[in-house]
Design a protein around this ligand. Structure first.
Ligand code: PNS
Length: 175
């Protein structure tokens, strides 16, 4: 029984899923989740969303470029579109492209606690279901915020990020 105000899943079987996030920057854990999503869904949209509660390291356009480059280099571009969304709710994007499913990577119970309210709100707003995928445990300690912190203090982030990101962060383009 569904409580009043909590719409049921809005569609039937689906082939498209959206993987949203800040991706500031994209990590090896993100790539792992994108690959797993693509193994299940024919088409995946990776959507870079500006999260106003976080202080950004990279401009959104650069994050999009780095994800595209990382996917290309990992041979994961097929069926994956990378874009950004900054004009309203994430579910508005989903409705615009006809996506009925969001994908979130879950590393630990901390992620479940963080993601569950968002998943329920996105379902309440538009009947969009969220599917939680578990990345390889090898990435369970990796986060963009950890990468930002290591980078800010001059450490080596290459164990945690795709080559495209470590090259960019080592370059003169990254101040
Ligand atoms: O990588 P992050 O920062 O954990 O990603 C969080 C993100 C961007 C997916 C989340 O903040 C989000 O969905 N923002 C879009 C705004 C929105 O739709 N908010 C209402 C429902 S949660």
């Amino acid at each position: 029984m569904t409580r009043a105000g909590s719409p049921r899943y809005a569609g039937g079987m689906t082939t498209l899923a959206v993987v949203p996030g800040s991706f500031d920057p994209v990590t090896l854990g993100h790539l792992d989740v994108i690959e797993r999503a693509r193994n299940i869904f024919d088409e995946v949209h990776v959507v870079v969303v500006h999260n106003p509660s976080k202080t950004a390291m990279l401009p959104v356009a650069r994050r999009v470029e780095l994800i595209e480059e990382a996917l290309r280099e990992a041979g994961l571009s097929d069926g994956v579109t990378v874009t950004n969304w900054s004009v309203g709710l994430l579910v508005d994007y989903c409705q615009e492209v006809g996506a009925k499913v969001l994908i979130k990577g879950i590393r630990s119970e901390v992620d479940v606690t963080y993601e569950t309210p968002m998943a329920i709100v996105n379902r309440d707003l538009a009947g969009i279901e969220t599917v939680f995928l578990l990345p390889d445990p090898a990435h369970s300690h990796v986060s963009s915020s950890l990468v930002r912190q290591v980078a800010a203090l001059g450490g080596d982030v290459s164990p945690y990020v795709p080559g495209a990101v470590s090259r960019f962060m080592a370059s003169g383009d990254f101040a």
